[in-house]
Design a protein around this ligand. Sequence first.
Ligand SMILES: Nc1ncnc2c1ncn2[C@@H]1O[C@H](COP(=O)(O)OP(=O)(O)OP(=O)(O)O)[C@@H](O)[C@H]1O
Length: 311
Amino acid sequence: MIIDVSNLVKRYNDFLAIDHMSLQIKDGEIFGLLGPNGAGKTTLTKTLLGLCKYDSGSIKLFGSELIESEKKIKERIGLVPQDIAIYDELTAIENVQLFGKLYGLSGSQLKAGVKEALEFTGLYKLKDKSPSQFSGGMKRRLNIACAIVHKPDLLIMDEPTVGIDPQSRNYILESVNKLNKQGCTIIYISHYMEEVAAICSQIAIVDKGRIIAQGTKEELAKLIEGDQVLLITVQSVDFSTIEKLEKVPMVKDITLNHNQIRIISSDSVINQVMNLLISNDVQINKIVTNSPSLEDVFLTLTGRALREESN
Ligand SMILES: Nc1ncnc2c1ncn2[C@@H]1O[C@H](COP(=O)(O)OP(=O)(O)OP(=O)(O)O)[C@@H](O)[C@H]1O
């Protein structure tokens, strides 16, 4: 077991950010952490890295208590932070060298690690350029190069594909798979359900500081097996109509995203929903029925959309 978290509690003053969380991550996994804004994902990773104190519980990394052998443990971990942490005043290669030194590398080991990390992220040819001349995707790749220069056994990636073009995104996802095949265990935090579904061998859904479900994507989909998803595009709809829809028997969850109403129900509710919308003068533009996706599992369990900014 690479990570063994037991009954972890972390408070910010009176606010409970991690609520008695237990989590085990096996060697060799690409472990996806999914959760809405504020669920506690970053706090969890900071706590794992010893960057933030916790109130109670225990954390074992690579079989040792975090507090006992912190430095030795930290050298085996790489972090790709959510906010890009690179310096425009330094060239790409100088950035990777700096992180290599911070992770304790020197001499030929540092030189080899830096070259490999830059080659791995496809940035070697641009090594003498300043990141200020890089695109968003290239900056993200440099951020990754800095995190893997010391060849970590565990890599924590906190939303590594935010705000980049699809080509860079694919490059990063392929890199994650490649690193994993080379033996690196990965914790992959993302708001992008499709990414997590595509690359993660195990997925935990985090909400309000707790893990509310965990498994492979197939196991998670089974949690709402038999449910139905109805997507209705309307001209406009008011909240009182949405409230009426919530009261329709068998409806488990409703979200409104722009002009699209998404209804998850335990049986078909098309007739009742249509009647209700028509009697409330809602103009319907399109209706689609779907089988539940990972996103629907998430919505059903948390009652919240994963990408709140798109709501
Ligand atoms: N230093 C802090 N002081 C007080 N509250 C904090 C602090 N850091 C985080 N929080 C709160 O703790 C909760 C969990 O935050 P955290 O950043 O871990 O969530 P997250 O799941 O990573 O969210 P996001 O997806 O938006 O990055 C949030 O409600 C946040 O406001």
